[in-house]
Design a protein around this ligand. Structure first.
Ligand code: TYD
Ligand code: MG
Length: 454
């Protein structure tokens, strides 16, 4: 039977019979692309016809030693991996083109190779000479990493089977080409097939495989999101252009906590780890100025202090602007609405800009109060008290909810020389010497205490 052209969504991988602007299954716009389907339609016979092999079952209590993990020695990377690399695991490292994925993985490959893991780096994007040139620039040319420039998946798998490495890096999954799938490299079927082959190979042969995946905003190339379900760990490498900071974030990890971040700095000699991100994110902070608030956040298992900057100005437009970098714009709208409804502070006719300094993206609801503080400080043109950190969740009623790990946040603030903190009443504070605590129970109380009558 001839294969009929079909359409699939590059975001969720769902198949469609015709093109449409929006994918019914995940709701994304402009993600449906035409291609040849993986199989030529549903199988005619059901599985029930033929008998398979019985599978050996075991108890939940079976004694098994946890797999030994290998550390690469870069603390920021090891922590994001959940405490080192797990053998036979499949990982995906996603990120915008040019963010530094190849640099990070070449450095990681060199580290793992030096720690005794046989490592193969397969580049489908760059020639071996280019990778070698980069290695020289990074001072890694002496590392025992084996290099190949190849895109044919069959050849790559045969090589891996023969060489038996402990770690293989595939840069990138979009350039891989499986010859049993007749669509172009980078298409959803190819990416899905290649990722499936590589993941299965990792499990079967005990090789850890790290795949690189490009993310495009337009969803033109198959995003690696279809691959996310297959692999054990998904890491995103993110950062703002123009900033030298890069953040590696675990969004899924079968072997460790998700949401853990590692902070790196792009230097002339590759990526350097930043072991004290709070100090880095606050380094650009000058004297206290209106619109600035320091948020004591938690990223994964670690407290991170970061400056939030707000600008509030009369709007020349009939519809005022709301611009957010590093935070959720829906959440900003909510805070503005609560301030208006519960505290009677209107933002109508005012443009509002909010920025998280240093290119960090914050997802915690605990940032609410710090955002409110920055917005009010900008609106009232009054600087917040110096050396103060703020955190806490705001509910729609205007009540404040304590944030998890209050004590850790306070300790980090104290370690960095802050002398006071504003946090909702409730929540375990423990004993943090040298910090003056202000503990409002609702937003009205907070506004009154911090900005006088408001
Ligand atoms: P790269 O790792 O090629 O990105 P990706 O694989 O995610 O597409 O990184 C490319 C960028 O990193 C490029 O803009 C140059 C910069 N860079 C440095 O600043 N210093 C370095 O030592 C290296 C190797 C790259
Ligand atoms: Mg690259």
């Amino acid at each position: 039977m001839a294969k009929t052209p079909s359409f699939s969504c590059s975001a969720c991988g769902a198949s469609h019979t015709r093109w449409s602007g929006r994918c019914d299954s995940c709701g994304e716009w402009n993600t449906i692309v035409q291609e040849t389907p993986l199989s030529a339609g549903p199988a005619k016979k059901s599985l029930g016809g033929k008998r398979g092999q019985p599978i050996a079952l075991s108890d939940l209590s079976t004694e098994e030693t946890p797999p030994p993990r290998t550390l690469c020695g870069v603390e920021e990377l090891d922590r994001v991996l959940g405490g080192g690399l797990v053998p036979a695991s499949a990982l995906l490292v996603g990120g915008d083109p040019g963010i530094g994925k190849s640099t990070l993985l070449l450095q990681a490959a060199a580290r793992f190779a030096r720690n005794g893991i046989k490592t193969i780096y397969v580049s489908g994007e760059e020639a071996s000479a280019q990778v070698r040139m980069r290695a020289r620039r990074l001072g890694l040319e002496e590392s025992p990493v084996q290099l190949a420039a190849e895109t044919n998946l069959r050849d790559i798998l045969t090589t891996l089977e023969a060489k038996k490495p402990g770690l293989a890096i595939i840069d990138s999954i979009q350039t891989m080409w499986a010859d049993n799938v007749d669509s172009a490299p980078g298409s959803v079927s190819q990416v899905r097939a290649a990722a499936h082959e590589l993941t299965t190979f990792a499990k079967r042969h005990g090789v850890s495989i790290i795949m690189v995946g490009h993310v495009t905003k337009e969803g033109q190339i198959a995003g690696p999101r279809v691959v996310e379900h297959m692999v054990d760990t998904v890491l995103y490498f993110e950062g703002e252009r123009g900033h030298q900071f890069r953040i590696l974030r675990a969004v899924k990890n079968r072997f460790g906590p998700a949401d853990e971040i590692g902070v790196f700095e792009m230097t002339g000699k590759g990526l350097a780890q930043v072991t004290n991100p709070s100090a880095l994110f606050l380094s650009e902070r000058g004297t206290p100025s209106p619109g600035s608030a320091v948020f004591a956040g938690i990223e994964g298992t670690r407290p991170v202090l970061v400056e939030l900057q707000a600008l509030v100005a009369p709007s020349p437009h009939s519809q005022p602007r709301r611009t957010v970098v590093g935070w959720d714009s829906g959440r900003l709208a909510m805070i503005l609405a609560v301030l208006e409804a519960r505290c009677g502070i209107p933002f109508a006719g005012l443009d509002v800009y909010l920025n998280v300094a240093g290119g960090l993206k914050i997802g915690e609801p605990a940032a609410d109060l710090a955002v409110a503080a920055a917005l009010l400080s900008a609106r009232e043109d009054t600087a917040l008290p110096a050396d103060t950190v703020v955190f806490g969740e705001i509910s729609l009623s205007g009540a404040l909810r304590p944030a998890p790990q209050t004590e850790n946040r306070l300790k980090e603030a104290q370690k960095l020389g802050f002398t006071s903190a504003i946090a909702p009443a409730g929540g375990k504070t423990g004993t943090v010497a040298g910090l003056t605590l202000t503990r409002p129970s609702d937003l009205v109380g907070f506004v009154g205490e911090t900005f006088g009558a408001g």
